[in-house]
Design a protein around this ligand. Structure first.
Ligand code: C5P
Length: 222
């Protein structure tokens, strides 16, 4: 059986993981959240006092770090060296520093190698920033999800609210815009739409509508 790859890229909080999870479940593919891998390394670097301005130290730390993405029911759990960090890697300290950690070439090379291994033996829906451009350049379906920064800040606020937190929408908006800027302006594999990716603006689309569109695109290529 031919392996199938769906690459979903786009800026922060555009709804990538939400639709990727549902699409993967529907298709019976494995969902791979590459942002969780960069977040995991960032978390471990912060916990161990590693200099996050030093790409070589980060790469050495990564070499000693096991990152596991485990499918559980409707969700995905993330384990760093056996510890469940699923919620912890979404905290603001990690979100603030993850773009710096993921800007180093040595770090990215190792992450991309791990990501390709994960996709080598099964069909996948993988989301991130460089999946269509670098990690899986031959993916049969490539999606570039976008949404206005205001809409993304509101969506993030609603997620935070469900967890009992009430950050200001303005602070969320600023954090999202700053992370996008860093991800788009970095030298190595910046966030950019792959030429052959289909851009989907989700500002006024529901989750169901986006998922439906993705499933349609997969069906056309299967
Ligand atoms: O997807 P998520 O927002 O969790 O990603 C967190 C950060 O990880 C991004 O802002 C980006 O800096 C980095 N990242 C990356 N390449 C990927 C996935 C995430 O550089 N493929």
């Amino acid at each position: 059986e031919r392996l199938f790859q769906v690459a979903i890229d786009g800026p922060a909080a555009a709804g990538k993981s939400t639709v990727a999870k549902i699409a993967a479940k529907t298709l019976g593919f494995v969902y791979i959240d590459t942002g969780a891998m960069y977040r995991s390394l960032t978390y471990k670097a912060l916990m161990t006092g590693t200099d996050i301005n030093d790409g070589h130290q980060l790469k050495q730390l990564l070499d000693q770090t096991e990152i596991e993405l485990v499918q559980e029911g409707n969700g995905q759990k993330v384990y760093v060296d056996g510890t469940d960090v699923t919620d912890r890697i979404r905290y603001p300290d990690v979100s603030e520093h993850v773009s710096l950690v993921s800007s180093f070439e040595e770090v990215r090379m190792e992450m991309v190698s791990r990501q390709r291994k994960l996709a080598a033996s099964c069909s996948v829906v993988m989301d991130g920033r460089d999946i269509g451009t670098h990690v899986l350049p031959k993916a049969q379906v490539k999606i570039f999800l976008i949404a206005s920064v205001d809409e993304r800040a509101i969506r993030r606020y609603k997620e935070e609210e469900l967890k009992g937190r009430h950050p200001s929408i303005e602070s969320l908006r600023e954090a999202i815009a700053l992370r996008d800027k860093k991800d788009m302006e970095r030298e190595v594999s910046p966030l950019v739409k792959a030429e052959d990716a289909i851009a989907l603006d989700t500002t006024s689309l529901s989750i169901e509508e986006v998922v439906k569109k993705i499933l349609q695109l997969v069906k056309e290529k299967q």
